[in-house]
Design a protein around this ligand. Structure first.
Ligand SMILES: Cc1cc2nc3c(=O)[nH]c(=O)nc-3n(C[C@H](O)[C@H](O)[C@H](O)COP(=O)(O)OP(=O)(O)OC[C@H]3O[C@@H](n4cnc5c(N)ncnc54)[C@H](O)[C@@H]3O)c2cc1C
Length: 393
């Protein structure tokens, strides 16, 4: 008779995807262990910085719409269960030239999934949201169900709920390595060796190093974000008059931002950072000049914000796949190991639904969602999907 393993499943990495997966596994009655190398709420991965956009009329591809709708429901459930505020709906402006990737892609998703939306002229945008002054060649599509999530609060709520359902979550416990143990796994940390029937690699930017000899086509990209502090018209940036937005400032390139939160009015240019060989070698400081491309990008839509002083800044990591669709698949050599790499700069909003679908995958081998676009080994990039260098947020 074989010795029972310590856990039904181990999750490596307790950022957005790991904490959600831990919760959904524990909720289904599995004995689960989550291992995180850093402290809770750390700022070295991809899930920090006070806000993440959630939007439904997904301009990248309509395939993401069912996933974001399920995520929306699950964020609300988690909010109710935790008693914490996690998601604020502000509406979202998807701005660009009428024939550009953002506007055309938004309308495609809205039409295919019959989602509520409004097409607004620059004058209509200004009337509704006075901080915005769009150049005359631009239009905006308003997604009324868009808004933002508080990433630190979301992760904490998932961990708390997982623990309440019986999970063990250990922080400051880096995984040194893992190996297959028959049809299960052994996972080694400085604190000891743990065994389980299943393993989830949810290590974000560190997944490449943990995937052993599997060469995942992931690129680590440094992102800088800024919190600006417009002094005039401060009330125009409050969440009731200032929605989240994504603006295609150049074909295939976007900048995006949020209303005023505690740290200021956050904005960033997508995919504008250097590629790093590994997450530990990324430059974490942000120099003053780095705000210049953001100011230039914002000027045709938010001229006052574009010139506002910087109040705060941070770096964060994108883990990009070649076509910016996620990787969610079993390790080809070890079917007991699930690789979870939904970043490419746009994963957070889906984390609640991805946690649920990964728990279902691990338990049944199946998902209610079509995961074929997220398979390992699908490259070269499939056609028909927007996959410009800057197409996600
Ligand atoms: C600047 C920025 C803005 C973004 N904006 C948006 C947005 O507006 N909307 C949106 O939907 N998405 C957005 N994203 C993307 C989103 O934040 C990511 O998709 C998501 O946070 C990725 O979560 P993760 O769990 O994969 O990675 P992480 O949250 O980084 O979690 C991985 C965890 O694994 C841990 N780990 C790694 N190695 C080990 C080890 N050996 N042992 C133990 N633990 C380990 C790490 O410490 C880390 O905590 C943005 C990302 C960035 C960087």
């Amino acid at each position: 008779m074989t010795k029972p393993r310590g856990y039904d499943a181990i999750v490596i990495g307790l950022g957005a995807m790991g904490s959600a997966t831990l919760f959904h596994l524990a909720r289904r009655g599995l004995r689960v262990l989550g291992l995180e190398q850093f402290s809770q709420g750390h700022e070295l991965g991809s899930s920090h910085g006070d806000s993440r956009i959630i939007r439904e009329t997904y301009f990248e591809h309509p395939l993401y719409v069912p996933l974001v709708r399920r995520a929306h429901e699950l964020w609300r459930e988690l909010e109710q269960a935790s008693g914490k505020s996690l998601m604020k709906i502000t509406g979202g402006l998807m701005i660009g030239p009428a024939d550009g990737m953002v506007v055309a892609g938004t309308l495609r998703s809205a039409t295919e999934h019959q989602l509520p939306h409004e097409v607004l002229t620059p004058a209509q945008v200004h009337e509704r949201f006075p901080a915005f002054e769009l150049a005359p060649n631009l239009v905006a599509v308003l997604d009324p169900r868009a808004g933002y999530l508080d990433p630190e609060a979301c992760n904490r709520a998932h961990i708390d709920a997982a623990r309440a359902a019986g999970a063990t979550a250990l922080f400051n416990e880096p995984v040194l390595d893992w190996n297959a143990d028959g049809d299960g796994v052994q996972v080694r940390t400085q604190g000891g060796t743990y065994t389980a029937d299943r393993l989830v690699l949810a290590a974000g930017a560190w997944n490449t190093g943990l995937a052993h000899d599997l060469k995942l086509p992931l690129m680590i990209e440094r992102q800088s974000v800024f919190w600006l502090n417009p002094s005039a018209g401060r009330e125009l940036y409050e969440a009731d008059r200032f929605p989240i937005y994504a603006y295609e400032y150049k074909a295939g390139h976007i900048c995006y931002g949020f209303p005023r939160l505690t740290r200021g009015v956050k904005a960033s240019v997508m995919h504008s950072g250097e590629i790093a060989p590994d997450p530990d070698s990324v430059e974490r400081g942000v120099n003053d000049d780095e705000v210049k491309p953001l100011r230039a990008a914002l000027r045709p839509v938010l001229p006052t914000l574009a010139d506002a002083p910087v109040r705060d800044r941070a770096t964060c990591l994108f883990t990009n796949t070649p076509n910016h669709d996620f990787i969610i698949d079993f390790h080809p050599l070890h079917p007991q190991v699930l690789i979870s790499s939904p970043c490419s700069g746009h994963g957070f909003k889906f984390a609640s639904a991805i946690g649920e679908l990964q728990a279902e995958l691990l338990m049944t081998g199946k998902s209610r969602f079509d995961l074929s676009p997220f398979r390992i080994g699908r490259w070269p990039a499939d056609s028909g999907r927007v996959s410009g260098p800057s197409s996600r947020s």
